[in-house]
Design a binder for this molecule. Sequence first.
Ligand code: CA
Length: 227
Amino acid sequence: MTQKKILLIEDEVKLARFVELELRYEGYEVTVCHDGREGMALINEGKFDMLLLDLMLPGLTGIEICRRVRKTSNVPIIMLTAKDEVIDKVAGLDSGADDYLTKPFAIEELLARMRVAFKHCEDKMMKKVLLQVQDLEINTEKRLVTVGTEAVELTKKEYELLLYLVQNKNIVLTREQILNEVWGYSYIGETNVVDVYVRYLRAKIDEAFQKKYIHTIRGVGYYVKEE
Ligand code: CA
């Protein structure tokens, strides 16, 4: 098996060194950098299998790096943040991170989260590339959503929600199921986030194209209907 390449962007030099050595010991190939801008340059040059991003960095923040990377790539991203930055968790996940770890963390916890993120990524790759409901199409390889011939621009969470609904078309999904699948077990926040994102999706798809894809079962949940 080829070594997985990890890019760690962390400006706390001691912590970065510690994580680097532990990951090397586990058999990962690790590149370390201490500055956001340099990190972004490395990402643009190299091919990494996972990014570990500190949130507060000189140059560019972890969130900004995450946003930029997500425009072109599905590479797994885990954010590392200091305790007093917990408030930014939602922003971190919404910018496209797969997971989030609060410092200080046990290295075993990081390794476990990394394995989960890799597994999740592989599972996604195994799934069908092209999904369709009526004339709505999702190309999971290109992360492209189209209605007819028109492309629809979605944020990462909107995309993941739509994908989950379409993968389970004609099946009513409860808010809890959606929350677990799309936001993950570690999500802490308002449960009405599902309703909020369904509204975003409806505005961008149903309303924009004058069609009805996403149906509500009152008090239960949502489903996408294949006519
Ligand atoms: Ca920092």
